[in-house]
Design a binder for this molecule. Sequence first.
Ligand code: SAH
Length: 398
Amino acid sequence: MKKDVTFKVKGKFANKYKSGYPLISKEAILNLNEVTKEGTIIRLVDEKNRFIAKGYFGKQNKGYGWVLSRNENEQIDQKFFVNKLRDAISYREPFFNSLDTNAFRIVNGEGDGLGGLTIEYFDGYYLINWYSKGIYNFREYIINALKELTEFKAIYQKKRFDVSGNYIEEDDFVAGERGTFPLIVKENGINFAVYLNESAMVGVFLDQRDVRKRIRDAYAKGKNVLNTFSYTGAFSVFAAVGGAVKTTSVDLANRSLSKTVEQFSLNGIDSDSQDIIVEDVFHYFKYAVKKQLVYDMVILDPPSFARSKRTIFSAEKDYKDLLKEAISITKDDGIIVASTNSSSFNMKKFKTFIDQAFRESNRKYQLVEEFSLPKDFKIIKEFPEGNYLKVVFIKNLP
Ligand code: SAH
């Protein structure tokens, strides 16, 4: 048995942990030892050595591990993980029962009491994301729990141990019978091609499900839609199915062209009638202004941070300017869908970027509606940072 390690929480942070904060962070711990072995059970105590919680050590971009239990006598063993997974799965029961959606998240890290771990479900296939070596140390328990509680076709995994969350390339197959890819999964009746064996990005980001549906059902009809940072074109497909007269998808990555064609064709849409452009979004904006192209709807869903040949984009620094570019090619009364998955700022701050962008563009706007994470991406109020997704529908007033 590995020996537990005790971390002492600094006075001013003790109450935060006592009331449920789950992330073990450097500034909160008096004796944090960076060479603690990954996966070691950590006892958090206050400065008077009173027990607060127990968790595990695991280095991630976010911190140094996660609280797992507030019960001093609870063992972090097979039973512990079975109980956690059982609760997580039963919380998603409405999703398992859905007739038109079979791709969703069943474990959302700290939201399900298992920081550093996510598990997604794709029509009988399960995909585990390990965000630290620490949590990966518990893999046998977690994989066994998944096997015990589910009828799986196969289990796949992604190791994202790199402190920046980067993906480590290797065979991702864990158990069951190897799938043939792409899997064709369904989301609100729309088909998506999913590749569990290629890279960290499997073809669809499930956290935008509600936004895609809303665009299809309430906004797209008759509209000319520009989808920037389009990846596999998920927003474009929903817009097209919702009756958009045309969609334009722009992404820098070469793969986006064939992947977007694939998504359209899986849904019976002729991709020749849509524009799919492999280009830097920032160049495309310049081109669109020069050609006087304007759109009824512009979707902005950039990564939090991206480096391209000529530009470095950081959502926190550059979102305002991105919005200004979008404003310049959005029709009067058109809609900008501004989305960010950056956890370095909250909705309030995001709205200040929006406000500044419209002011500096001498335009008026109206916030029409907002979205955050969907229900399967469970979050806890003690860790608001976990609610990273912010999506605002903005009307560009004349
Ligand atoms: N909106 C997508 C997900 C975006 S993922 C969806 O709903 O599925 C981020 C994408 O941004 C990646 O596909 C990446 O290739 C692209 N990207 C990053 N920087 C870019 C840039 N400067 N111009 C165009 N695309 C960019």
